[in-house]
Design a protein around this ligand. Structure first.
Ligand code: IVH
Length: 665
């Protein structure tokens, strides 16, 4: 029990110290239990004495409630990205350019780690954190202050003498250990794992409930100042100043002041060597001119400043041995060879499998069982085999061939002329069934939360689900047989199953898993037909008459709807209460979007892409996949891709999410 205000203030300071140990030094001095106990005392006192509550008290980090969405805020100084270099020659060109641009022989460069996370702007006014905003499209981002406050290493109040307005830029990231834990937990809960720590950090910042964000244990590294001026004249002193103000910056041995290419490369080498041992992911180093006044002089080209470049490292690789090559059967029967590896640690996780894509790829790289191979993690969770060390190949090894029979159902495999894929033709194959069920439950289809791949695997293994319609017959007793399923998880899953029954027709069509039918085709079909019966009755000619449906797709649809097994399954789904609905199209007449063609790029924060497309279509507009001179608008979200560049090149009108929202009504 805290007796008085003095003890309260002391506890606030003590907990701030503990946050520092936990986040900055990754070495907590008290147990989580002890920390929680102290925090509880603090909150109890604050409840009794609201007049004493300090704005920077650690209790203020945890928002009480979830929000409905994020407010958007403009960046007074745009948040740009960095030009990338991949070789010392490209770095040399950068150095030459700045020497020429500044007409100076001696220039110092501040070299730092390039953290692989997601950019953030922290605005402090009179030393207090007022807003934290994501990069967004560089000009406008989401206000995620409540989420950022959950990060223990972000000071709510700066220390020492700081300018009245200080807008700090940094990178929010997840440590590798936290990322591993988070993904393990997600898999247990039947949720899709995040592909990498960067996606996990960006995804976490977009959570609407700060209490959920607090559980993710995000971290931050600050690297500069945005709006306003640094009180220092150089980048390296700015970092020291930020550190003194209480903000987390790179450790001193992860920074260097270099005066030429050789010194920069030496630093890059040192960091590259240390990279596998770092507790977080980096994707290179950043080289910045140290003298800040030169930043202004050099200015920027488009989205990238001229004063700095990133020197990117190649993705991390690890060597290991292929113990076996197994074959995975996909939803449509495609056989994919998979390398079963001697477990090896790579970029934050232990890898024991890698995809080999297809038979042609295995032959092209001449990959064999017993080979010593280099594996690499791209942007995906599944790593790939990049090369073989032929010198280490066992003399007895033989080239690998795709089996002639399906490993799951033993049907003879088929290889259609002109196709790379080898397939199992048996639609009743057990492995195909399992994949179809996983696909049916997935996000793009029926979107049954908590029913991830691992959960489906268990349901199928225990014969609780053998066809998709069985999902809707599951009872609490059935689910109690799954590993780790207790009262709460059972309730969650049954609730998600129930929720999925009322679904848009387009997603139901997707969920059927018909060959060649992806989101666009499913949307097109759903908007063309009156209802499901109408869809089932469409002839080949009628399908072919639809703009956007080709011969192969039309044929696949007809044969799918002719198969009595498929029809029975659809009827079972309906009889178990699944009721796909055609989302009513209230076409809003005379809207400025009428007859306009849109292209979407980057991720939007208020809508999914499907929702934004639907809103456009409701207003008489069209959505296309690629930018051309016929495109009227490009709707640009966060981290836009090449479509954005193309739109600028062609002079197509660009809409931010805010402008789009304004134009909707
Ligand atoms: S300076 C003009 N320094 O890399 C932008 N950026 O493509 C100036 N990043 O989104 C950025 N570590 O969030 C800078 N030490 C560092 C960085 C860093 C990571 C991120 C940044 C930005 C991206 C640039």
């Amino acid at each position: 029990m805290l007796k008085n205000q003095r003890q309260y203030i002391e506890l606030v300071e003590e907990l701030i110290e503990h946050d520092k140990h936990y986040y900055d030094e990754a070495s907590p001095v008290i147990s989580d239990y002890e920390y929680d106990r102290k925090m509880k005392q603090l909150i109890e006192y604050e409840k009794k004495h609201p007049e004493h509550v300090l704005a920077h008290s650690p209790s203020q980090r945890i928002g009480e409630t979830a929000t409905e969405g994020f407010v958007q805020r403009e960046h007074i100084a745009p948040m740009m990205s960095l030009a990338n270099t991949y070789s010392s020659d490209e770095l040399a060109d950068f150095i030459k350019r700045v020497h020429k641009g500044l007409e100076k022989k001696e220039i110092l460069f501040s070299c730092e780690l390039k953290m692989d996370g997601t950019a953030i702007s922290l605005r402090y006014e009179k030393g207090r954190l007022v807003h934290a905003v994501t990069r967004g499209n560089g000009k406008v981002g989401d206000d995620v202050t409540a989420n950022i406050k959950t990060i223990g290493s972000v000071p709510l109040k700066l220390t020492g003498h700081v300018p009245d307005v200080l807008e700090v830029r940094g990178e929010v990231y997840l440590s590798l250990a936290t990322f591993e834990k988070l993904n393990a937990q997600r898999e247990e809960e039947g949720l899709e794992p995040f592909a990498n720590p960067r996606n996990a950090a960006a995804g976490s910042l977009k959570q609407l409930d700060p209490r959920e964000v607090a559980k993710r244990k995000l971290n931050i590294m600050c690297y500069g100042i945005g709006e306003g001026q640094s009180p220092k004249s150089t980048q390296h002193e700015t970092l020291e100043f930020l550190e003194r103000a209480g903000l987390p910056v790179s450790k001193p041995h992860h920074r260097a002041l270099c005066s030429n290419l050789e010194e920069i490369m030496e630093f890059a080498e040192k960091v590259h060597k240390e990279r596998p041992k770092l507790p977080f992911e980096i994707d290179g180093i950043v080289v910045k001119i140290d003298e800040l006044k030169f930043h202004q002089i050099l200015g920027a080209t488009g989205k990238t400043p001229r004063f700095a470049v990133a020197y990117k490292f190649a993705p991390e690789q690890a060597w290991t041995r292929i113990l076996d090559i197994t074959v995975q059967v996909g939803r449509t029967g495609t056989l994919t060879p998979v390398a079963e590896l001697e477990p090896v640690f790579l970029a934050g996780s232990t890898i024991s499998r890698a995809t080999l894509h297809n038979q042609e790829e295995v032959a092209r790289k001449d990959i064999r069982i017993g080979d010593c191979v280099a594996i690499e993690k791209g942007g995906d969770v599944i790593p790939k085999v990049v090369k073989v060390d032929f010198k280490k190949r066992p003399s007895s090894s033989k080239p690998w061939h795709m089996p002639t029979h399906c490993p799951a159902c033993h049907a003879s495999v088929v290889h259609h002329k002109g196709e790379v894929a080898v397939r199992c033709p048996n639609t009743r194959c057990t492995a195909q069934r399992m994949r179809r069920i996983q696909y049916f439950a997935s996000k793009h289809a029926m979107d049954i939360e908590h029913m991830g791949e691992k959960v489906v695997e268990q349901l199928v293994e225990r014969s609780l689900v053998t066809r998709v319609s069985d999902i809707y017959l599951l009872t609490p007793q059935d689910l109690a047989r799954l590993d780790g399923f207790k009262e709460k998880s059972i309730r969650n899953l049954l609730y998600s199953i129930e929720q999925s029954k009322k679904c848009p027709l387009s997603r139901f069509i997707m969920a059927l898993g018909i060959k060649y039918v992806g989101t666009e085709t499913a949307d097109l079909l759903a908007s063309h037909v009156k209802d499901l019966d109408h869809l089932l009755s469409l002839s080949l000619d009628e399908l072919l008459s639809l703009d956007g449906i080709g011969e192969k797709t039309a044929q696949a649809l007809v044969s799918y709807f002719q198969d009595p097994d498929n029809l029975e399954e659809i009827h079972l789904l309906l009889s178990h209460g699944v009721s796909p609905e055609r989302v009513k199209k209230h076409i809003i007449s005379g809207h400025p979007f009428a007859n306009k063609t849109f292209v979407l790029t980057g991720s939007l924060s208020h809508f999914t892409r499907d929702e934004a497309s639907e809103l456009i279509k409701q207003r008489g507009g069209k959505v296309s996949g690629s930018v051309s001179k016929n495109t009227d608008y490009v709707l640009v979200g966060e981290d836009p891709g090449s479509k954005y560049e193309k739109a600028k090149e062609l002079g197509v009108a660009i809409l931010s999410e805010t402008q789009f929202k304004r134009m909707l009504d």
